[in-house]
Design a protein around this ligand. Structure first.
Ligand code: XMP
Length: 328
């Protein structure tokens, strides 16, 4: 019989056997898989684990705080946050093409994570002999294992992110405590471990974050606008009790589009925000969620009243296919 307490006990035992007295690094993304994987490893080996969280500036409102405060408070993990917001903005300057954005964000992410990992490796070596960092935690789930043919073992950070070789001495053995689990089981384990509900219950959010939800160039100002609109949409959907009905709801800023509006004393020439609520089983296909009109009205009113430079809210009523869930 499946039971999250048993899974935890079993995994803790396995992790201890695998890791021994070595040190371990885990990357946190703010999402559920990395959070639960790291929490299991921490339960098993405590401060032999260091978590690294890269703030690339493409996160939603409060996500950094949820990791730095709520997650750390509930787990006690040792956390290193790397503030890479400027680096990512610089790298994304003048880029509008979606695949180009993904490439740049992926590349900068690896660079950043790699230097953080390197610093930890050097720190461990300097401290003393058997403090070697040998392991990297990965939140691989059972469906990923099946999809990729079941292999496991060693990896360096780059090859995991499909980018190419890293120096030989930066190869890590993988710790993958979620390899036998499905997503809902991972959430159950996370709840049993006492992780914050905002993380354990989080809907899917793409790695490139808000960077692929700004149609046009990514700038600090546009990120601020989108973050404010997204926070309102999420708060209202949650307040209306719709989280279970919705797979995810991308909120998209059409930064290169302007339309005329009338707000307060006069004419405005602002940007539209798109709401893209979808219902899905696995993100391979999706249907647009029939949200109640009063919820849509509330979101629209609040966004146009509270978010500067936005004078129009539109609803995406396209299923997947033909539309993808994300706009980019
Ligand atoms: P699409 O837009 O392809 O999205 O229908 C399917 C699911 O994948 C997520 N998504 C991504 N996740 N990196 C990610 O980690 C990406 O580049 C990416 N693009 C899309 C999307 O949010 C949805 O859940």
């Amino acid at each position: 019989d499946w039971n999250s307490a048993n899974v935890i006990e079993e995994q803790v035992e396995r992790i201890r056997t695998q890791v021994g007295s070595s040190r371990v690094i885990a990357g946190l993304s703010g999402g559920v898989d990395s959070a639960v994987a790291a929490a299991l490893v921490h339960k098993a080996v405590g401060d032999q684990l260091t978590c690294v969280f890269v703030d690339h500036g493409l996160l939603r409102a409060d996500e950094r705080k949820q990791v730095e405060e709520d997650y750390v408070a509930s787990t006690g993990v040792r956390l290193v946050t790397v503030d890479a917001r400027e680096q990512f903005l610089d790298a994304l300057a003048d880029v509008s093409d979606p695949e180009q954005k993904r490439k740049i964000i992926g590349r900068e992410f690896i660079r950043t994570f790699e230097s953080a990992a390197e610093a930890l490796v050097l720190e461990a070596r300097a401290s003393d002999g058997d403090a070697e960092v040998k392991f990297l935690v990965q939140g691989t789930l059972y469906p990923d294992v099946v999809e990729s043919g079941g292999g496991s073992g060693t990896a360096n950070i780059k090859s995991h992110h499909n980018v190419g070789g890293l120096p030989d001495d930066m190869t890590f053995e993988l710790v993958e405590p979620l390899r036998t689990l499905f997503k809902d089981e991972v959430r159950a384990v996370g709840r049993e471990l006492g992780l914050p509900e905002v993380i354990v219950g989080r809907q899917p959010f793409p790695g490139p974050g808000l960077g692929i939800r700004i149609v046009g160039e990514v700038t600090a100002e546009r990120l601020e606008i989108l973050r404010a609109a997204d926070a309102i949409a999420r708060a209202e959907l949650t307040a209306a009790g719709l989280d279970d009905e919705i797979w995810q709801c991308p909120v998209v800023l059409l930064a290169d589009v302007r339309s005329v509006g009338v707000q307060g004393d006069g004419r405005t020439y602002g940007h539209p925000i798109v709401l893209r609520p979808v219902s899905s089983e696995d993100a391979m296909t999706a249907d647009w969620t029939r949200l109640p009109y009063d919820v849509l009205a509330k979101i629209s009113n609040r966004i146009t009243n509270e978010v500067r430079d936005v004078n129009r809210v539109v609803l995406d009523v396209t299923s997947k296919p033909p539309g993808t869930i994300e706009w980019e």
